[in-house]
Design a protein around this ligand. Sequence first.
Ligand SMILES: *Cc1c(COP(=O)(O)O)cnc(C)c1O
Length: 483
Amino acid sequence: MTEELTFEKSHPSAPPPRLPEAGVEAAPRLPANLLRKRPPALPRLSEPEVMRHYSRLASLNYSISENFYPLGSCTMKYNPVANEQAARLPGFAELHPYQDPETIQGALELMWRLERALCEIAGVDRITLQPAAGAHGEWTALRMIQAYHLARGEERSEVIVPDAAHGTNPASAALCGFRVVEVKSAPDGRVDVGDLEAKLSNRVAALMLTNPNTLGLFERQILEVSEMVHATGAKLYYDGANLNALMGICRPGDMGFDAVHMNLHKTFTTPHGGGGPGSGPVGVKADLVPFLPRPTVERENGRFFLDSERPQSIGRVRSFYGNFGMLVRAFTYIQAMGGDGLTQASKDAVLAANYVRKRLEGVLDLPHEGPCMHEFVASARNLAPQGIKALDLAKGLLERGFYAPTVYFPLIVPEAVMVEPTETESKATLDAFAEAVKEIVELARTDPDELRAEPRSLPVGRLDEVRAARNPVLRWRPDGESD
Ligand SMILES: *Cc1c(COP(=O)(O)O)cnc(C)c1O
């Protein structure tokens, strides 16, 4: 079930490609020292061979269009085909980023309307659509918060991050030059308010929070936290990568957050994949608006234009205006769902997570009291007596046709198994998943060695993950050739 590389399958008898004449003269003479000594070692295959190669590779892939993908924190929901149709309309797909704004009024209007819609959902005043991912959005927001404090003559050097935070939070703060101060979680899985109080000072630029947090729990004391943070002059940052529990129900802006990023590739159904393209718009309250990246999209007398005259802007954070195709997909989704539809999606996401959580009671450990929001964190530590780990459970799920949940995150739960079903799954799928987990837990008791040998039916079995991370081989080389 593996597939050789095109280089390995290459054979000189393959017919050469038939290309039309280029219509221009052959390249002018280049200096001899710039010419290749030998032709590039490109593979040679016939057209049907190439077609079959890529079709077979595609069939080895696993994707959201095939089956359930309960990857916690990642919101792997169905990507509607209508989004793709909209993104492929020639007027959008064939835009050139240097076109005169007068010729791209429709595209600018879409960006303007998407900004208004996301402002409404998040409860903020303005949004930048430039950042290309969630982590990039965090960084952009922290740069704005930094600029805000500097404009007031304050140099604040610390950012507080909970120990349950997504790893990108401390990384973004560190990249902005902040010292990262960790705040503990209380035994109930929520921020330890006493510990937060001890860490707040006038050195703190911002507190970064996710609510619901990465344990899938709502931070009930958020208004109190907001007051404490603002009393010291710091800003409150909302990691809204995942808004799936909140849409149309409550808004980060109303909870007191000053800045929030949203992942269009999570909550708003644009595809994830291969590290991109993502999109992580950032929303801010009024006193951070002057620092937004430029250009912003503005409307005057019914015409749309790009405003680069923003003297306090932190500048541009992405080439051109962001990942425009993702903006079209997210806008299509929001328009298709409408306000009521988005609210229903959030309710269904929370219901689905609580349903699966309930079905796993007594099967896995559930270290925090429910109900949960759009996701929950279980622990496989109850399988320790059989020498079975969260990783073995994950591999067993792959064998049974499911993508594995997130494991070993958040770090504060031993043998963590983080499940996020999303609203787009049927009850039958959720039941099948719960049954698969039960079957694996049963196998852990009766035949743990068999479980440790899974997956057996996939193209690859257990990989040496440490070696893969430490010693990655990223390039194929012909025999005998080195770098
Ligand atoms: C996914 C995620 C991020 C990072 O988003 P990227 O687009 O992967 O950079 C940050 N915080 C949380 C809570 C997330 O789930």
